[in-house]
Design a protein around this ligand. Structure first.
Ligand code: ATP
Length: 267
């Protein structure tokens, strides 16, 4: 596959108030390089959308941000990723608390085969965040409220999480992520398995969550990127081509590759 030589990212990849900073990140699966020299800030309390054609490396890059790629044996990440100026790839970093600080919501809702209550209580229990049962109740209730699910489930907290609708399951997974008090939430196509009504609810929620969290979302839907994000990053063949305020990306993209993608000429 040809790569774009001497590429430099167009636009505004850096932020005045960065929460996460990626610098010169390269990712390899065995011999194959999937990400080329990507530098990008995720600003505090912003929603940034990562877009681009299938296979361009969006999910790979997202997974670098909480070391989820560590779970793939052949995957190697180099470069630097800083969370509040701490190197998340530092030798002393424990990935378990890191993944609580930088939580992740996946494409397919994946509740545990447990009750609604226990799905949300799981993280605070294993991270030792609570001493008393009352506190646990409070965290579960608040997390379900923040995920916009409380009113729908408050009378059946001990029913199985897997019995909820797809959209409710995804909000349960968001509540589970929130329950361990993250600072950043990574979302990898969180609505791709949902119908338009459930999608609209998640998008509304993302907008509300921005007040308290920093969010990076991978999406195939340009409409979704336009609705939920303040900045959009366009990836192409493992390179970060352009990052700009979302309205600019969709009205006057700076790079010809971004323009070709948003006008549907490829991808
Ligand atoms: N576990 C893996 N092992 C080997 N190669 C992988 C692995 N995961 C991804 N890749 C390769 O890395 C490149 C980037 O893939 P990635 O899934 O990050 O892209 P993407 O933009 O998120 O794609 P999509 O939109 O289809 O989900 C692709 O060439 C893909 O085949």
């Amino acid at each position: 596959m040809p790569i774009i030589k001497d590429h430099k990212t167009d636009g505004l990849p850096f932020s005045d108030s960065p929460k996460l900073k990626a610098r010169n990140v390269n990712v390899f699966y065995g011999e194959k390089q999937a990400i080329y020299d990507v530098s990008l800030d995720i600003g505090a309390n912003e929603v940034i959308a990562l877009i681009g054609p299938s296979g361009c490396g969006k999910s790979t890059f997202l997974r670098c941000l909480n070391r989820m790629n560590d779970t793939i044996e052949i995957c190697r990440v180099d470069g630097q990723i800083l969370l509040d100026d701490d190197d998340i790839y530092g030798s002393k970093v424990d990935v378990v608390p890191l993944r609580a600080r930088v939580g992740m919501v996946f494409q397919k809702p994946n509740p545990f085969p447990k009750s609604i209550f226990d799905n949300v209580a799981y993280g605070p229990r294993i991270h030792g965040l609570v001493e008393h049962r009352d506190e646990l109740h409070e965290i579960v209730e608040n997390s379900l409220k923040r995920a916009g699910l409380w009113n729908e489930v408050k009378d059946r907290l001990h029913a199985p999480g897997t019995g909820l609708s797809g959209g409710q399951q995804q909000r349960l997974c968001i509540a589970r992520t929130i329950a361990v008090d993250p600072e950043v939430i990574l979302m990898d196509e969180p609505c791709s398995a949902l119908d338009p009504i459930a999608t609209a609810k998640i998008e509304e929620l993302i907008d509300e969550l921005r007040e308290n969290y920093t969010i990076a979302i991978v999406t195939h839907s340009m409409q979704q990127a336009a609705r939920v994000s303040q900045r959009t990053a366009y990836f192409h063949m493992g390179q970060l081509i352009e990052v700009n305020p979302t309205d600019l990306v969709f009205t006057t993209p700076q790079h010809s590759l971004t323009e070709a993608y948003i006008t549907g000429r490829f991808g």
